[in-house]
Write a protein that binds this ligand. Sequence first.
Ligand SMILES: Cc1ncc(COP(=O)(O)O)c(C=O)c1O
Length: 350
Amino acid sequence: MNFASDNAAAIAPPILAAIARANAGFALGYGNDDLTKTVERRLCELFEREVAVFLVATGTAANALAIAHLTLPWGAVLCHADSHIATDEAGAPEFFGGGLKLIDLPGEAGKLAPATIAAAIAGGRGAPHAVLPSVLSLTQATEAGTVYSNDAVRELSALAHRHGLAVHMDGARFGNALVHLGCTAAEATWKAGVDVLSFGATKAGALAAEAVVFFDPKRADGMASRRKRGGHLLSKHRFLAAQFDAYLHDDLWLALARHANAAAADLARRLDVAGLTPFWPVEANEVFVALPPDVDDRLKAAGAKYYLWPAEALPASYVLKAGHRPVRLVTSFATATEDIERFAALVSGA
Ligand SMILES: Cc1ncc(COP(=O)(O)O)c(C=O)c1O
């Protein structure tokens, strides 16, 4: 019963097999191998346009290098207060961005609203005294397990672009979002105004592979050096590419995400029946509930794994009962129905 994170899951077997297949003979390093070229082509097909692609090994590197590339060091990045870049990257965007500033903003259910962004843009004192809002970073699916609609992304992107900001999307769980939206990868990104995507594969079943995708290749000038300087140009690059190749082959990534999302929906339904209603809509692969202390203790004693969630991050309207513990439950491509059933049974006291 491991609901700690999607990275607690193993490597999806077809991806591990692809790494093993790539482990034969010789191939040029640093992305000059055939597999890398294949993945670059595949990503152009997937996004229905020419894109510039930079594979890296972590989501933090993808976000930090992408964001650093989109702004001057005196730029500001507007992001949600609970976003991974603001809370979990140890200042990597600021470091790689030469001291850029993150401006973290509130928003219900992990999402930013147009009025909040407009106010943040209008609120600055302007150059040369204040940092200049330069990037809007949206997380899709959000850290609250919700998903922006394409219309919402379009509205936020249009607002950002009107004020000269570039739009970055942290897609560590992009597959989960896309499965929920039921649209094409192009519709969920550049057609809605996204300029650069951190396209995650690790959480969805890869060993360690993320792609920074620039929808305007011209905008990627210099990014190859930035990635190298950032220590993320892998010399044995073919093994990064092998992961992405398998991930995209026959839409494996969507099948993996569908399983994870269905597992979260199943878990949420069972918890709801047991009287624990998730405090945000379950739209991807994360479920947030407040556990009564005896239930939390019972689950922990039975070996269930999950993380507590800060009470400050709960919806403003949510009344947390005394002693109840908010938790985050994450499902993955590997979540088994039996584990969901057992967890729900323990919640019900069975
Ligand atoms: C929304 C989001 N973005 C990015 C990341 C990148 O993570 P890492 O650097 O651990 O690969 C994570 C991982 O937890 C995440 O949840």
